[in-house]
Each structure stands twice: as structure tokens, then as C-alpha cells.
Design a protein around this ligand. Structure first.
Ligand SMILES: [Fe+2]
Ligand SMILES: [Fe+2]
Length: 274
């Protein structure tokens, strides 16, 4: 369906399109409202690929708590205590909360991509909301809630830096920060399992499985845009990583997960060469 068809619907005002609904979900302040708004975006929502939006102030919407602090101020606690494990799960929940926002942001912000692009990121937004819920429920079982610990905002900071450049967004968010999550997962999982917390470890397994898909989506669209622009992915990534001051990635790398997510041998060699 093209844009004119959508605008000419005879039922009067156009129902808000998929991208408009994503923006509204991004702006939602409280987590229950945000997660509900994500779940409410229907596969049959109209998709207006060309629509340009004026960015409202105050994105992303987020609750007053957790308190946001510098990354160095986020304490690492012992896995031997329930509170220590809850602090780790809380940090993961905050990553997922930001990941929901990141997927929603890519939906409304970047116009003129193929339908499949928007369908892919809607799927990511839903899976991130699912991850957030799994962690939030597990936290509740341990006697804690989202907002009970301070958190840092590194993921969203990178979204800000790349807000005008989709190629950079794909390079730096899914292909760098989410891919770093693939590397970190086995260690986090083993820490939780080692502390006897099999339920939390099982949640990390589910998240890793889905995150491979998210990084794969990032890789797919990054490579597609590189091909359109006549750029070589490895060199293009290195340039963008420098330009946007990407965090330096250190091993051990989860090469199996990275391969499954679509990084090829040349990319993995470049990664390991540092
Ligand atoms: Fe996630
Ligand atoms: Fe993700």
C-alpha cells in the first residue's frame, strides 16, 4: 500500500500508523504503559514508510526510577546473596528497557526503508519487551522491582549520537552494543548458574537465543545499506566506530553466537585483531 492510498482512507482521520504507534510507545513514561503500547502494535497496522515525524522533547519516556548514574558508579555485587543476584538481573532489565526504546526509536526515526525493515524492528521491540518482562518477574520473585537499583544509560547515549545516521546506528547499536551482549552472556549465565540460580540462568539463555536474531537483523540491514552505498562492510564499520567513538571490544568473544548472527570470517578476524 503506498502513502497516498493510506492518506485517502475514506473512514476519516487515518488511524495512527505502525511508526506513529512506535513513537507513542517510546514516549510512554512508565514501564507498564510502554510494554502495553508495544504489545498493542498490531501486525496489521498501516505502515507509512515515508512519514516524517517531529521529534517530541523528552525521548525516551522512562520512569523516575531507576536513578541514572555514571557507569563506574554501578556497583558489582556478590552472586552469593539474593540482593547481589537481583542487582545483576536489574542491570539486565535496564538494558532490556533501553533495548525496547532503541527498537522503537529505529521504527519512527528512519523513513523510507523497505517494509521488511519495519517488520524486523517491530519483532525486535516485542522480543525486548518479553525479555524485560522475564527479568522483571524474576526480580519480583527475589523481592525486588525495576527501579530499585541505580542504572547507567550507555545504550541510549549511543542512540543519541547516531540519531541522524541509520548506517551508524546499525553499526554501533546492534552490531556493537547488542553484539557485546552475545559475548557477555555465557559468563553471566555461568555466574548465575554457579550461584545455584538456575531460573535466572535460564532467562539469560532465552535472551541470548533471541539476541542472536537481533544482531542478525542489524547485520542484514547494515550490509544492505553498505551494498547500496558501494561501501565495504569491514572498512565502513571501522570508520564509523572511530567517528562515533565506539567502545573498544575485548574478548573473549562468543564467536559461535557471532557467526550465527551473520558476522563473516573477515569481520571476526578484524574484531580479534582489535
Ligand atoms: Fe533483549
Ligand atoms: Fe536485542
Amino acid at each position: 500500500m503506498d502513502r497516498n492510498t493510506i492518506l485517502a482512507t475514506p473512514q476519516g482521520p487515518r488511524p495512527d500508523c505502525l511508526r506513529g504507534q512506535a513513537l507513542a510507545a517510546l514516549a510512554a513514561l512508565e514501564w507498564p504503559e510502554k510494554m502495553e503500547a508495544v504489545r498493542a502494535i498490531s501486525d496489521s497496522a498501516l505502515l507509512d514508510r515515508q512519514r516524517e515525524f517531529a521529534a517530541p522533547a523528552g525521548l525516551p519516556g522512562r520512569p523516575a526510577r531507576p536513578e541514572l548514574v555514571a557507569p563506574a558508579q554501578v556497583k558489582h555485587r556478590s552472586m552469593a546473596t539474593q540482593e547481589g543476584r537481583a542487582a545483576l538481573l536489574h542491570a539486565l532489565a535496564h538494558i532490556e528497557f533501553n533495548a525496547v526504546n532503541l527498537a522503537l526509536d529505529i521504527l519512527w526515526r528512519f523513513a523510507d526503508m523497505p517494509d521488511a525493515f519495519y517488520r524486523d524492528w517491530l519483532r525486535v521491540a516485542r522480543e525486548e519487551a518479553y525479555h524485560f518482562d522475564l527479568l522483571r518477574q524474576r526480580l519480583a520473585t527475589l523481592g525486588f522491582a525495576y527501579g530499585d537499583f541505580p542504572a547507567h544509560n550507555g545504550l541510549w547515549d549511543m542512540a543519541e549520537r547516531t540519531r541522524d545516521d541509520l548506517l551508524a546506528r546499525l553499526a554501533l547499536v546492534p552490531r556493537t552494543l547488542e553484539a557485546r551482549g552475545l559475548d557477555a552472556s555465557p559468563m553471566i549465565r555461568n555466574k548465575l548458574a554457579g550461584a545455584g540460580d538456575a531460573d535466572s540462568a535460564a532467562i539469560v539463555d532465552i535472551i541470548l537465543r533471541d539476541e542472536i536474531g537481533h544482531v542478525a537483523i542489524g547485520n542484514h540491514w547494515f550490509k544492505q545499506l553498505c551494498a547500496q552505498a558501494g561501501k565495504a562492510p569491514v572498512a565502513c564499520y571501522a570508520e564509523l566506530a572511530q567517528q562515533y567513538d565506539a567502545p573498544r571490544l575485548r574478548g573473549p568473544f562468543n564467536l559461535e553466537a557471532r557467526r550465527a548472527a551473520g558476522f563473516d570470517d573477515a569481520e571476526l578476524a578484524a574484531l580479534q585483531a582489535g
